[in-house]
Design a protein around this ligand. Structure first.
Ligand code: 5RP
Length: 222
């Protein structure tokens, strides 16, 4: 199977997992990226079984709207029953690296409001130690050099993601060469650097369920 076929299979598995729980007034949190896009397309076939969605990016909001699915401002919603999103890396504790699509801050906010975070990913995303994928950090533009120097002190090699501005008007530094053995501690440490908006470690609030697409089928890890 191709990587896209594996992504699609996990998206379909997530849909099957939530279908029995859908209610007319339910609002669902939706992530960003190619795996989340497969989920949006699958969910669209059931658009009359729930109320609408909150999206973690303008791109996902646009895709949902193209399917005729209402998109709500998170401020008008008190709780999301489900949040479905992909990841760039995951470990066995369901700590994630996210932000390859530069949507990490909104993704983290939507995840925080969600009762159940279902992560959907192809098997290549599961690693022993997080950090082979460069850790994205969203930064206020004027703090770019300061934050980069502080990230070097933490042992990383930050690289400015050229030509990318987040939906919040900020820049991304991708931090290479981190071997992340204590993801909870590193997430907190990086967030304490002045000028950092957020970082792509989802460890303080990890996924609740990981649906991992493999050649043998979709594995469920909790
Ligand atoms: C976007 C993300 C995505 O979830 C992550 O990059 C995975 O993307 P894809 O599903 O395309 O592999 O964090 O900010």
């Amino acid at each position: 199977m191709t990587q896209d076929e594996l992504k699609k299979a996990t998206a379909e598995a997530a849909l099957q997992r939530i279908l029995p729980h859908l209610e007319d007034d339910m609002i669902i949190g939706i992530g960003t990226g190619s795996t989340a896009n497969f989920f949006i397309d699958a969910l669209a076939e059931h658009r009359n079984s729930f109320d609408g969605c909150v999206a973690s990016s303008e791109a996902s909001a646009d895709r949902l709207k193209q399917h005729g699915i209402p998109v709500y401002d998170l401020n008008s919603v008190s709780e999301l029953r489900f949040y479905i999103d992909g990841a760039d890396e995951t470990n066995e504790h369901l700590h994630l690296i996210k932000g390859g699509g530069a949507a990490l801050t909104r993704e983290k906010i939507v995840a925080a409001v969600s009762k159940e975070f279902i992560c959907i990913a192809d098997g290549s995303k599961k690693v022993g130690v997080l950090g082979e994928f460069p850790l994205p950090v969203e930064v206020i533009p004027m703090a770019r050099s300061h934050v980069a120097r502080e990230l070097v002190k933490l042992g990383g090699d930050p690289a400015y993601r050229e030509g990318v501005m987040t939906d919040n008007g900020n820049i991304i530094l991708d931090v290479w060469n981190l071997k992340i053995t204590d993801a909870v501690a590193l997430e907190q440490k990086i967030n304490q650097i002045v000028g950092v908006v957020t970082n792509g470690l989802f460890a303080a609030r990890p996924a609740d369920v990981l649906l991992l697409g493999t050649a043998e089928g979709v594995e469920t890890i909790k």
